[in-house]
Each structure stands twice: as C-alpha cells, then as structure tokens.
Design a protein around this ligand. Structure first.
Ligand code: MF3
Ligand code: CO
Length: 249
C-alpha cells in the first residue's frame, strides 16, 4: 500500500475537486431527453478546460470519459447517443481525472426527474453506505471495518451489495492496493495508516447481488433486472480523521 505525503494529498485533493465540479456541472444538465453521450462530451470538455485529463478514456481500452450506468446497470455503462435518459431513471455518473500524475475518482447516482419511492430509498441508502464507510477511514481501523460498514447498512435496509466489483487504493495509479470490498468482517484486514487513499465505492442492488456483464465486455447489470446504485469518494486517511478529497475543506 502506497502512503502519500501531505503535498501529494494536496494534488489529489485538486484532482478530486475537478471530479466533484464535473459531477455538479453534469447534475445541472441532467434532464429527461439528454443522452449519456452528451453528458460524456460535456464532461470531457470541462475536464480538459481545467487542465486535467480524463482518466478512464483508454484505460484497458475503455472508450469514454464517464461511466454512465442507468437503472439496472451497476457500473461501467458506456455513454451512447442511443441511451436517452427518461423521467424516472436513475443514472450513476462515474468520473476519473489525472492531474500532475495523480488520479481522482468519484461517482454519484442521480434521479432523472421524479423517481419511484423505491429508487429514491436506494439512492439514499447507498449514499449513507458511503458516508458510514468514510467514517471508518481512520488510523487504527482496519479495512474490514470500512467494508463491513457498507454491507451492514445496505443489508439492514433490505438491499444487497455487489461482490464482483470493489473500491481500491488510488494515487499515481487509478487502481492501487488494497481492494476495498463492499462486504467484510469488522476488525479484520490490514490496519489503515495515515497517507493511505481509498476510493470507496458502494454498489448496492435493490434485489439480489447477482451480476451479468454485457457482450461489450464492460456494462455490468443486475442479474434480476432490478435497480442498482453507486456512489464513490476518494478518501485520505489522516491523523485528523477521514479527508474526503475534492470536497473543499
Ligand atoms: N470508478 C471506476 C473504477 O475505479 C471506474 C473505472 S472505469 C474504467 O474502477 F473504464 F476506467 F475502467
Ligand atoms: Co473507482
């Protein structure tokens, strides 16, 4: 596990500030009738205008700036002109950037117009899973505490967590050790140390935990066709507690 210095964390804070600004900009454009390809163009143009570079484009051949995952798509939905958002959809917008050799990574799932009460509750619970996991990102806690916080809250609400995809360490690479599972046992796993940065990303399904990947090799969907939500922050472990990078504090 690579530990970052204060000045490296400052660069990662900047990278993640661009991620968060991008996500806020996209939220303002989100409405029924917009395509996910249009959101992707807006994101790429915005990121480049900030002097950063999209991190996902070209990563293992991924073709776009964003992952746009609609309804039953869990993660890694590829933006498309044919994917036009409709009232009642939920869409995960996942964005990564590189600044001065350091990565930022973050995601939100947003409602398009009015959504069903069930969809709304899924978004709320998944956001809370991330908040609870962040609270565990402290020196002396263990990785299993972070993972267990996600699982406990999601399953306590009657939802399930995805096992095939995980959060990750982040720094000079998009994916560093350790893997941050969305399920786990408190008090187990490596101890968290100051300078560690984790991209924590709960993926919570309304129904069962099963996953199926489309023939495109990317688009990961729920097996049962029910909804899935996904939120992600890059979080630094510091002596002062969890530092959610890019949130302007
Ligand atoms: N937030 C996701 C991750 O960290 C997005 C990666 S998409 C990819 O894995 F295309 F870059 F793989
Ligand atoms: Co990530």
């Amino acid at each position: 596990m690579v530990l970052k210095t204060r000045s490296e964390l400052a660069i990662m804070d900047h990278a993640n500030a661009i991620v968060q600004e991008t996500l806020r900009m996209l939220a303002e454009h989100l409405r029924p009738g917009i395509s996910t390809a249009e959101l992707d163009r807006l994101a790429e143009e915005f990121i480049l205008s900030k002097g950063a570079r999209p991190a996902f484009k070209g990563y293992h051949g991924y073709p776009a700036t964003l992952c746009t995952s609609v309804n039953d798509v869990i993660v890694h939905g590829i933006p498309s002109e044919r994917c036009v958002l409709r009232e009642g959809d939920i869409v995960s917008l996942d964005c990564g950037v590189v600044v001065e050799g350091f990565y930022g990574d973050g995601a939100v799932t947003l409602p398009v117009g009015q959504v069903s009460p069930n969809a709304w509750r899924l978004l709320q619970v998944t956001r809370e899973c991330l908040e609870r996991a962040v609270e565990e990102a402290r020196p002396g806690r263990r990785l299993g505490d972070v993972s267990a916080a996600i699982q406990r809250h999601a399953e306590g609400a009657g939802f399930s967590v995805v096992r095939e995809f995980v959060g990750h360490g982040i720094g000079r690479s998009l994916h560093e050790d350790p893997q941050v599972a969305n399920y786990g046992i408190p008090g187990t796993g490596p101890e968290l140390r100051p300078g560690l940065v984790l991209a924590i990303e709960p993926m919570v399904n309304e129904g069962g935990p099963g996953v199926r990947v489309d023939p495109d090799g990317w688009t990961a969907r729920t097996e049962d066709g029910k909804l899935s939500a996904h939120f992600e922050f890059s979080v630094a472990v510091t002596d002062d507690g969890p530092w959610v990078l890019g949130m302007g504090s």
